[in-house]
Ligand binder design. Structure first.
Ligand SMILES: OB(O)c1ccc2cc[nH]c2c1
Length: 254
């Protein structure tokens, strides 16, 4: 997968050099490219923002730099690149006014060959930028939650990490993704229950004996029960979705 990130703060993405994503980039599984939006400005101050039409507080990101940046970045991919010949990227625009980012959406995005992220700042990006981009590529406005960050960079880090860990070869144990909270299948609409490792007793706290029993069926049933308890306590509305799904998740042990 190729991922392009357009931002006025490229250094914000230093964490993408680390850990699983850093290893995946080194292995060629991920081709992540950072682009400074100011590279597409032409004035001496590298201006990327201006006052909003209609008045109001703050500044809005100007359309011209974004238009030129997306033309340059999201145009025809180079021959032999990760995106493949003739590929068209999906433009992802993090914004509080977007549609919710979920594990299911992460899975769908992980199946795309090429994603371009537009990281807004200030009061956001001139709305014509997404409208113009939509003439030549799919555009998704994505919200990572009902709160407001100072810009799209943190949201892009969240989305890139969530999507990247689902790519084949990124997680050491592909099974981990299957057991994640919210993962499609047995964990859909369920939160992951408690996890334990050695020692079996720590500060007079014991690991639940079933986990030491070697009875895999009993362990699976215990884990499902604990997932249901955690979900009922922390996210009861998810149980309603589980019930509406015909209780399919309750009797699954896969
Ligand atoms: O909360 B967010 O996901 C978010 C995304 C983009 C911008 C741009 C300016 N503030 C933002 C907030």
């Amino acid at each position: 997968m190729r991922i392009d990130i357009i931002t006025i703060f490229p250094d914000y993405f230093a964490p993408l050099e680390l850990s699983l994503i850093g290893k995946a980039r080194a292995a060629g599984i991920l081709d992540i490219r950072l682009h400074d939006l100011r590279s597409w400005t032409h004035d001496r101050h590298n201006t990327v923002d201006d006052t909003p039409y209609g008045g109001g507080p703050g500044m809005v990101m100007k359309p011209e730099p974004w238009g030129e940046a997306l033309d340059a970045v999201a145009g025809a991919p180079e021959p032999g690149g990760a995106a493949g010949p003739g590929a068209v990227p999906r433009l992802v625009v993090p914004t509080p006014s977007g549609t919710p980012f979920t594990q299911e959406r992460a899975k769908r995005l992980s199946e795309e060959p090429w994603l371009v992220f537009a990281c807004g700042r200030y009061e956001g990006i001139d709305s014509r930028v997404a409208a113009d981009a939509a003439r030549r590529m799919p555009v998704e406005e994505v919200s990572i939650g009902d709160y407001v960050l100072a810009g799209g960079e943190s949201a892009t880090l969240v989305i890139v990490e969530t999507v990247s860990r689902l790519l084949p070869g990124v997680l050491g144990n592909a099974e981990s993704a299957v057991q994640d909270s919210f993962a499609a299948g047995a964990m859909e609409n369920l939160l992951e229950g408690p996890v334990f490792t050695k020692p079996a007793r720590w500060r007079d706290l014991e690991v639940p004996p079933v986990l030491l029993s070697g009875d895999h069926g009993a362990v699976d049933r215990w884990r499902r029960h604990e997932a249901l308890r955690k979900t009922a306590r922390n996210r009861p509305e998810l149980l309603r979705a589980l019930a509406e799904g015909g209780m399919a998740g309750l009797d699954r042990t896969d």
